[in-house]
Design a protein around this ligand. Structure first.
Ligand code: 5GP
Ligand code: MN
Length: 350
């Protein structure tokens, strides 16, 4: 049975009949799923002879730079005029792995004002109603898996070439933390089986994404865990904080703190973890949880953010020290739920 509404599929097929210019875009600070899904969709449409461009808001981390087609992504931050022209001229814009225009951060206005039909392909809860066609499925591993499904709906597995399969694999692998969360869907493994048949070397891809730390990044991780992690057992919570000085000291590059928050969550009994990173104008926060503690609601209520039930993000506009103090003080309101979740996850996953 299809994950998608027949109505949306019919509309998409009709939109794809045209030879008019197409833009694919994804969220700010693109991660493995954002890039994997976008690069796969980009190559699928290119292979079908479409006039298609991929606009990524800002640079992606080095550990994703090897991905097939990554060199063809136009980075808005560096090529603003060209990207804005493409957005204006497009007749069809695909928005992948985000569900509200503001998540592109740098060209929210240009995206909102673009006259193209906008198609959402995403797995985050509560999509905005501003899209013309919506493929939004929350119960799936990743946007990459949705792209896998859409390619199969529109065509056949044969169109999943090895480069496309590799991009999709990266998306699914990274958005499930190497099959450790959002991974209880049988269809995900059927998709993976197909990707392996199309030539994906899972071991090699795992090495390319996860075993390519710069020494400074690995030492930053050590520093986070030994010097900057606060464990609050009474709230089943642990958090890590990094100042701009800390980041300078370890020669921080985008992506260097990817995954750091998960270490705090790996502590026995901890069900809520946060990473606070000081920026020029704000404190960026990543949240992760186990079980039923909904970090998307937490981020939305307190930090103007959002995301998934167990992985979300937001921003604070107080100085770092005050942000941490405020975070600690707000935890008492959530204590009952946090401790209840800690009890539940001690003997089963939910
Ligand atoms: P990360 O901690 O990796 O930056 O973000 C985790 C997840 O939270 C992302 O996959 C994304 O879905 C979501 N997310 C992060 N920041 C924001 C935000 O500011 N707003 C919304 N709506 N979602 C966010
Ligand atoms: Mn995703």
């Amino acid at each position: 049975m299809s994950k998608f509404s027949q109505h949306a599929l019919v509309e998409l097929k009709s939109l794809l009949h045209s030879s008019a210019p197409i833009v694919i875009t994804t969220h700010y600070n693109p991660d493995g799923d954002a890039l994997g899904a976008s690069l796969a969709w980009f190559q699928f449409l290119q292979n079908r002879g479409k006039n298609v461009s991929l606009i990524v808001p800002n640079d992606f981390p080095d550990f994703l730079a090897w991905m097939p087609g990554a060199d063809k992504a136009l980075i808005y931050f560096h090529h603003r005029q060209q990207a804005e022209r493409l957005l204006k001229e497009a007749k069809l814009i695909f928005c992948l792995d985000f569900n509200v225009f503001s998540r592109v951060e740098l060209f929210t206005k240009e995206l909102a004002q673009a006259t193209a039909a906008k198609v959402l392909i995403d797995h985050h809860p509560d999509p905005d109603s501003t899209f013309d066609v919506t493929f939004s499925v929350k119960e799936t591993s990743s946007t990459a898996e949705l792209i896998f499904d859409l390619i199969n709906e529109l065509g056949s597995t044969q169109e999943i070439t090895q480069p496309i399969a590799e991009c999709l694999y990266v998306g699914i692998m990274t958005d499930t933390g190497s099959f450790s969360y959002a991974c209880n869907y049988p269809e995900t493994y059927l998709a993976i089986a197909c990707l392996v048949e199309q030539g994906v070397d899972c071991e090699a891809i795992h090495r390319l994404v996860y075993d390519t730390y710069a020494e400074s990044r690995m030492r930053l991780l050590g520093f986070c865990l030994s010097e900057r992690m606060v464990v609050l057992d009474e709230f089943a919570t642990a958090y890590i904080w990094l100042s701009m000085d800390d980041l300078d000291r370890f020669n921080f590059k985008p992506g260097d703190t990817e995954g750091v928050v998960n270490y705090a969550l790996s502590i026995k009994g901890i069900v809520f973890a946060a990473l606070f990173t000081e920026k020029e104008d704000k404190v960026r926060i990543s949240f992760r949880s186990k079980g039923d503690f909904k970090v998307n609601e937490f981020a939305k209520t307190l930090y103007n953010g959002g995301g998934h039930k167990n992985a979300s993000g937001g921003d604070a506009f107080l100085p770092l020290a005050e942000t941490l103090k405020q975070f600690e003080s707000v935890l008492s309101e959530y204590k009952t739920k946090l401790l209840e979740t800690s009890g539940q996850t001690a003997y089963r996953n939910n």
